[in-house]
Design a protein around this ligand. Structure first.
Ligand code: PMP
Length: 382
């Protein structure tokens, strides 16, 4: 226990200590934090669907009908009738034969990756991949080689050098990166994975609902959905709920049902979360989803002071690199004093010395709120 106390002290000295504080949503992106009214610029509820009346109603109905929990893993007695139609809708949305829902996106990663590769295999990971992908890769016991962030040249070098020594090759990347808000060179990665006969797992967490036809992600914009072997996603961002999934071939999904430990040994996602996510997907695919995407795109363009169509792909995540952890904390605290919630993102979420403020824009932010943020940032960053 003394060691733990010392460890916490060390974290504090390095400005890396994290503490939980109460956060109470009020309405839209307004919330109460530590007793103060703030505007939230850190939410992943990109389209505001967690607050959509229909999404809330469907969640409530599911509780009335099926109770608050599925009360067992899906292979025991937790396979609620809500799963199958939603999985079919997800598979169709992602252009795949089948989809499989997990309790969270994190558990989708740590269940799927070790089910696909093992000791005699090679994983190639983008340096900036999300922690869930890293943890899945480590659990698999495959050899992990890291390529530079979005660096396809480096990916090719590693493939050239190491492919021959391994049985299977799995390339892992995000589509829109969570900490940088930038976009993976998907077409080039696909070309390489085909040349070296590997598999590609693409985490679409921050692209879903945002880009692509009917919001179905980055690969759809590039018309390469059939070339991505496994899509991974989460319901906790644009889908306004909770839960994760993969979409792939029927064969691969059947394999993960049998081998994915986080799928087999964890209680099924709750009925309310399934129903909420399913309803959010219907909205995302509808006319009103298109409007919400447009509003979000307009908000991003407004913040960046550019035309909404000046980029091929847009990301709701806009990082402001600060560098030192202490400095990022200080700026974030200054912003908080004037009612802006933008917590610092620090190591180990991002590399040491690259602490940042990550602005997360949503369709629910008003132009007045964005103006207020811009003015405040100008003041605090000076
Ligand atoms: N992948 C990425 C890129 C993420 O940002 C997140 C959530 N922060 C996850 C996976 C995990 O998803 P979940 O929150 O559903 O566990």
């Amino acid at each position: 226990m003394q060691k733990l106390a010392k460890g916490l002290d060390e974290l504090k000295n390095k400005n890396l200590l994290r503490r939980l504080k109460d956060f109470r949503p009020i309405e839209g992106m307004r919330a109460e934090y530590e007793g103060k009214q703030i505007i939230n610029f850190s939410s992943n509820d990109y389209l505001g669907l967690s607050q959509h009346p229909l999404v809330k109603e469907k969640a409530q109905q599911a509780i009335q009908e099926y109770g608050a929990s599925c009360s067992a893993s899906r292979l025991i007695s937790g396979n609620n009738p809500l799963f199958s139609p939603f999985e079919k809708a997800l598979a169709q949305w992602k252009g795949k034969e089948k989809a499989l829902i997990f309790p969270t996106g994190y558990s989708a990663a740590i269940g799927t990756i070790p089910a696909l590769v093992g000791k005699s295999d090679l994983i190639l990971m983008d340096k900036h991949c999300h922690a869930s992908l890293w943890d899945g890769a480590r659990l698999s016991q495959a050899t992990i080689r890291v390529f530079g962030h979005n660096d396809v040249q480096n990916l090719k070098q590693i493939l050239d050098r190491y492919t021959a020594s391994y049985e299977k090759i799995l390339i892992i990347s995000e589509s829109i990166f969570s900490m940088d808000g930038d976009v993976a060179p998907l077409a080039e990665m696909i070309e390489l994975k085909e040349r070296y006969e590997g598999l590609l797992l693409l985490d679409d967490a921050h692209a879903e609902g945002i880009v692509g036809e009917e919001g179905n992600g980055l690969a759809s914009c590039l018309q390469v959905m059939d070339k991505v072997d496994v899509f991974m996603g989460t319901f906790s961002k644009a889908l306004g709920s909770q839960g994760g999934y993969i979409a792939s071939s029927a064969l691969l999904i059947d394999w993960v049902i049998n081998k994915g430990r986080s799928f087999i040994f964890s209680t099924a996602l709750s009925p309310s979360s399934i129903a909420a996510a399913c309803s959010a997907l219907h909205i995302i695919k509808s006319e009103s989803g298109t409007e919400l995407r447009k509003k979000l795109k307009d908000n991003v363009a407004y913040f960046l002071e550019e035309s909404p169509n000046s980029r091929l792909f847009f990301s709701p995540l806009i990082p402001i690199l600060i560098g030192e952890e202490a400095k990022a904390i200080q700026v974030s605290q200054e912003l908080e004093k004037i009612g802006i919630y933008l917590p610092p993102i620090r190591y180990p979420t991002v590399p040491k010395g690259t602490a940042r403020l990550r602005i997360s824009l949503t369709a629910l932010h008003s132009t007045e709120q964005i103006d207020y943020l811009k003015g405040a940032l100008k003041k605090c960053l000076e």
